[in-house]
Design a protein around this ligand. Structure first.
Ligand SMILES: [Zn+2]
Length: 397
């Protein structure tokens, strides 16, 4: 067997030293073994409940650059707390996309750093989480049951993140789309958004109305994209099916419901009705992202972003930031995010939409961030400290 950590004491069975030690950690069991006599021992480790901290690309790329002391200190502290099983900072599809869209020779090293900081833990892909949420809302819509959605941790993670880390983690190859198409799509989306601003400036709608307009618009775009894909496929352009935005999959998968008992036209109509119902607006990621866009509408109405070129530059990262906040934040205990986005989330009307208790931090709140980590330190109990010394002998005296 492969001894990962040799320990000083001799093997309790054959009394030989130097061949006995820790092998691995599986499902909160520390396995120890001896290469002399073949003895195998299992040590149960105490239950742990880690705090999930989402570190955005801005934080991680600054920590990686290793130049600004505030980022270096925070990153080192988080790394230490993660290895002591107090926190976990899973990476997401947003990290994967943003890193690979970054044209830089350090790209792969940054990605490696991000995965190391996460200790291999990963959120499910954004589209998987959105798909689960949309189906749950659609089920409620069909059965006319409770509109309020619960958030289940298992929707966001494939594995148990509250287990003791093993010595090794498996590096998963990233799923990457067409990077050039993603770059162009991102630029085009921001351009289309900024082009809407003159129209927005004349709106006299309330915040609530703006949230609903955003949600209706999103639902309509999902249906339109899907229908366009169907047209392209029927005219023989299969490649367009392959290149269809991942969002069209939501319509596709909703269409499967009751496919043996309902005609396709009725199913499509029903999806249309669902998209314009409160069930759709109450989907967690839809509600939060539409809330953020309603904050943007409010700022535009109040005279912000009048220069289109500046607006495009300032809002370049908006769609990724919105995805972090609307998809991954609700499954996190804390999030470290861009200062401007943090301010958007602090908008009193946007806050009402987001009753989750995720703590939010940015470069404007380093002290609060460290105070939060101080509180998490209280979870470092004597039994965890003791177990940590079994798993990493001599490292945490
Ligand atoms: Zn032995």
């Amino acid at each position: 067997m492969l001894i990962t950590r040799h320990i000083e004491e001799p093997c309790p069975k054959c009394r030989v030293s130097g061949k006995y030690g820790n092998v691995n950690v599986v499902s909160n069991i520390l396995n120890r073994g001896c290469n002399n006599c073949g003895e195998w021992m299992r040590y149960p480790l105490p239950d742990i409940r880690k705090k999930v901290i989402y570190l955005d690309q801005f934080f991680l790329s600054h920590a990686f650059r290793d130049q600004e002391q505030a980022f270096i200190d925070a990153a080192n502290r988080i790394k230490d707390m993660a290895s002591r099983q107090l926190v976990v900072c899973p990476y997401s599809s947003v990290h994967t996309d943003e890193t690979h869209l970054w044209r830089h020779e350090q790209q792969e090293n940054l990605y490696k750093f991000i995965k190391q900081t996460a200790r291999g833990y990963k959120f499910n892909e954004a589209y998987e989480i959105k798909q689960v949420q949309v189906h749950r809302a659609f089920d409620a819509f069909r059965s006319e049951s409770d509109i309020v959605q619960t958030l289940e941790e298992r929707d966001a993670f494939r594995e148990d993140i509250h287990r003791w880390d093993d010595y090794f983690w498996i590096d998963i190859r990233p799923f990457l789309g067409d990077l050039e198409a993603m770059r162009q799509g991102k630029t085009a989306a921001i351009e289309r958004l900024v082009d809407l601003f003159p129209e927005w400036r004349n709106l006299t709608t309330t915040f609530e109305e703006d949230v609903n307009m955003e949600a209706r618009g999103y639902g309509k775009s999902l249906l339109d994209q899907y229908l366009q894909t169907v047209v392209n496929v029927s005219t023989g352009s299969l490649i367009s099916y392959l290149e269809a935005p991942i969002d069209t999959m939501y319509v596709e998968s909703l269409l499967h419901c009751d496919s043996s008992t309902m005609e396709i036209d009725d199913r499509l109509k029903r999806i249309g009705a669902f998209f314009s119902s409160p069930y759709f607006t109450s989907i967690p990621n839809v509600r939060i992202s539409c809330g953020l866009f309603a904050v943007l509408r409010k700022m535009v109405k109040n005279g912000a972003y009048t220069n289109p070129a500046n607006a495009r530059r300032k809002l370049a990262g908006l769609f990724y930031d919105s995805e972090c906040i609307s998809v991954f934040r609700p499954y996190s205990d804390a999030i470290f995010i861009d200062r401007a986005m943090n301010q958007w989330c602090e908008d009193p009307e946007a806050k009402l939409l987001e009753p989750h208790e995720t703590k939010m931090f940015s470069v404007a709140s380093w002290d609060e961030f460290h105070n939060y980590l101080d509180l998490v330190e209280e979870n470092y109990t004597d039994d965890i400290r003791e177990a940590l010394n079994w798993v990493y002998p001599g490292v945490y005296p």
